[in-house]
Design a protein around this ligand. Structure first.
Ligand code: ATP
Length: 250
């Protein structure tokens, strides 16, 4: 009889992650896990700690306390893991205005050790998938907001990371592109990519996520699977958490 396969570690695991910013706890004692193929929506009012959390997961900001593991490995001790395993779209995609769309993708690929035919294939695949082919020779500095966002997303997914970290990915996208983004995220998740995304759009979460976490004042207040057709329940949960905080502050 074959021995059962050992279970794979979660793609992402946060344990007791805490980070202070400007003298306040921006994120406190956050524990979360994300498995391959899951799409987790991170919600919270302005200043709740979403971007801080995503920046820590992407390796751009170090926690003051706590552990982050990527595929079971200590990410804080081995920050180079992030370059291979993570694709990050920050709140404002950092682009070089004097490079073309195509040159951006090539630079991102090289930074991750992809070269030659593999790089050409990876570049062409994301140009096609993000509908950027016609813009491939355009300078990033003259792209529209939505086009910049799509280029940022193309850079994040070029090297087929195990984990995509997306800070408000639907920002500035037109309704057609919003629908295309939903389909893309579901397709990536079906192929095993784990996705964590922050958004202010509850409809985005119900359309694409299979789990939802709500942060409030840096603390995790809700973390649960999101069954289909649960928009009303999510909306109620979100407003209960957001407004209770406001009543206390008043
Ligand atoms: N660069 C920074 N320097 C100092 N404090 C910061 C910085 N960025 C964020 N903060 C603080 O950290 C806390 C969490 O902010 P964060 O940007 O993570 O929230 P958010 O949930 O992403 O908010 P939003 O929905 O407005 O984007 C806030 O109190 C904020 O003032």
């Amino acid at each position: 009889m074959n021995a059962p396969k050992p279970a794979l570690p979660p793609v992402l695991q946060l344990e007791g992650v805490t980070r202070r910013r400007a003298g306040r706890a921006a994120v406190s004692d956050l524990t979360l896990r994300l498995e391959a193929g899951q799409v987790l929506g991170l919600l919270g009012v302005n200043g709740a700690g979403k971007s801080t959390t995503l920046a820590m997961v992407a390796g751009a900001l170090r926690p003051d306390r706590g552990a982050i593991r990527l595929q079971g490995r200590d990410f804080l001790e081995q920050p180079e893991l992030a370059r291979q395993a993570i694709g990050w779209l920050p709140e404002a995609a950092p682009l070089w205005p004097e490079l073309t769309v195509r040159e951006h993708l090539e630079a991102h690929g090289r930074l991750r050790g992809i070269a030659g035919v593999r790089l050409d294939e990876a570049r062409d695949a994301v140009l096609e998938r993000l509908e950027l082919k016609n813009l491939s020779r355009r300078l990033a500095g003259v792209l529209s907001q939505g086009q910049r966002q799509r280029l940022g997303l193309a850079c994040a997914m070029l090297h087929r990371p195990a984990l995509l970290v997306l800070d408000e990915p639907a920002n500035a996208l037109d309704p057609v592109q919003v629908v295309a983004l939903r389909a893309l995220l579901r397709e990536l998740a079906d192929a095993g990519t784990a996705v964590i995304l922050s958004t202010h759009q509850l409809t985005e979460v119900t359309a694409v996520c299979d789990r939802v976490a709500i942060l409030h004042e840096g603390a995790l207040r809700h973390d649960a699977p999101l069954p289909a057709d649960q928009h009303a329940a999510l909306e109620k949960n979100f407003f209960d958490i957001a407004m209770a905080g406001r009543a206390q502050a008043a």
